[in-house]
Design a protein around this ligand. Structure first.
Ligand code: NAD
Length: 383
């Protein structure tokens, strides 16, 4: 029997996403892949209750600490998944890289462009480390179909691309504030920093990087309860629409691309979507209809959408029956699988790898220009 290689992970930040990561790793036999098996050996959080949850639920843990520097000293850790508030990304990511650990970081990969520049500098000085940023929605099987359809050039000439992420929990104005609604912790980008990377991963990978942006940002809710009987300022952008131009590398033609990130989107729980409209064909996917890949062929006057049911299989094959359903936790596991594939013999053969550091830098260039556009009420050119 050939013994599979393992990749020993530490997690820093054991909140919502830290737990999702642990759950994905715990059911790794779900995937049919020869890439190294992730094993969770170390965890770190400043909140003792979060550490307790991991100690109770994850038997492979050898190190459980409140100071990330202790985790980084451990010889039991090869790679770190880091899911902490945005204001901490810069120092923490730099510490992880300087400790010689591979990094799967969370978006926005630095609270602002200055922080991202500092992280990029350390990445460039450590070319031996694998560094990627989280973004899981492209791994839905129906989005895989959409990516294949785009790569085949099935759209002809692009008319418009719409990529968006809609939330609605903040529609409840009695919801107590958390760090995601406080600019000093979440960042000046507001909803764009929180949700933007999800909307940019596929377009950027297709070479659709904006050459200009006009931003329309909304601040709808100015105060929120703090959960302790007080009312406090809520100073982040709620909603953002970035109206951009990009050039399609396939034919060098210009087209419109809209990135929409909304925390105040009535009715949308956690809806990610990508729509591509072209002269010869159009296609779309939304997590609100997660099995469906919609496609339309433009032949003459009349056009109609065709809906395909896509089943369970994503980029990395799994043990689930092909006709069964796929969900958020599957997408997250596929994202981690794409990261583990980077450590496969001969390098990754994955068809749609994680967000690269260069793509995070492109994201920060776009979002920084969007803030300027909104402030000066004009279109900003991007190089
Ligand atoms: N990929 C996705 O779909 C997705 C979804 C939600 C959030 N996120 C991203 O994940 C990151 C974390 O978000 P979350 O929703 O998990 O937040 P969270 O508030 O649920 O968890 C953050 C955790 O970090 C811990 N923490 C804070 N300071 C720390 C420190 N100095 N050392 C160690 N731990 C510390 C907190 O105690 C908390 O447990 C953010 O970058 C966010 O943008 C990604």
């Amino acid at each position: 029997m050939v013994k599979r290689k393992t990749l020993r992970f530490g997690i820093i930040g054991l909140g919502l996403m830290g737990k999702e990561f642990a759950s994905s790793v715990a059911r790794w036999c779900h995937l049919n892949t020869s890439a190294p098996i992730p094993v969770l050996t170390a965890v770190c959080d400043t909140n003792p209750a979060a550490l307790e949850w991991f100690k109770e639920n994850v038997p492979s843990i050898k190190v459980a600490v409140s100071d990330h520097k202790e985790l980084l000293k451990s010889s039991e850790v090869d790679a770190v998944y880091c899911a902490i508030p945005h204001s901490l990304h810069e120092n923490m990511y730099i510490d992880i890289l300087k400790a010689g650990k591979h990094l799967l970081g969370e978006k926005p990969f630095g609270i602002d462009k200055k922080a991202n520049d500092a992280i990029m500098n350390v990445i460039n000085n450590n070319p031996n480390l694998i560094v990627r940023c989280s973004s899981e929605f492209p791994y839905f099987p129906a989005c895989k179909r959409l990516i294949e359809w785009i790569k085949a050039g099935s759209y002809g000439r692009l008319i418009e691309v719409r990529s968006g992420f809609h939330h609605s929990s903040d529609m409840d104005q009695t919801k107590p504030i958390n760090w995601k609604r406080i600019s000093s912790i979440n960042g000046e980008y507001g909803c764009m920093g929180d949700l933007g990377m999800h909307t940019q991963h596929v377009p950027f990978r297709m070479g659709w990087k904006p050459i200009s942006v006009y931003a329309d940002l909304q601040k709808l809710v100015k105060t929120r309860p703090d959960g302790k009987g007080n009312t406090v300022p809520c100073d982040t952008w709620d909603n953002a629409l970035l109206i951009c131009k990009a050039i399609d590398p396939r034919n060098k033609e210009e087209f419109s691309i809209h990135f929409e990130t909304r925390r105040m989107a009535p009715g949308a729980t956690n809806t990610w979507y990508l729509e591509v409209y072209g002269t010869e064909g159009s296609a779309r996917f939304t997590t609100a209809d997660p099995k469906a890949f919609y496609v339309l062929e433009t032949k003459g006057k009349e056009q109609g959408w065709t809906r395909f049911d896509t089943g369970s299989q994503s980029f990395v094959p799994s043990v689930t029956g092909g006709i069964f359903e796929f969900g958020f936790s599957d997408a997250l596991q596929q994202m981690i699988a794409a990261f583990c594939e980077e450590f496969a013999e001969g390098g990754s053969k994955h068809q749609f790898g994680n967000v690269t550091p260069e793509e995070t830098a492109a994201s920060h260039a776009l979002l920084t220009a969007a803030l300027l556009s909104n402030k000066e009420k004009r279109e900003i050119k991007l190089s």
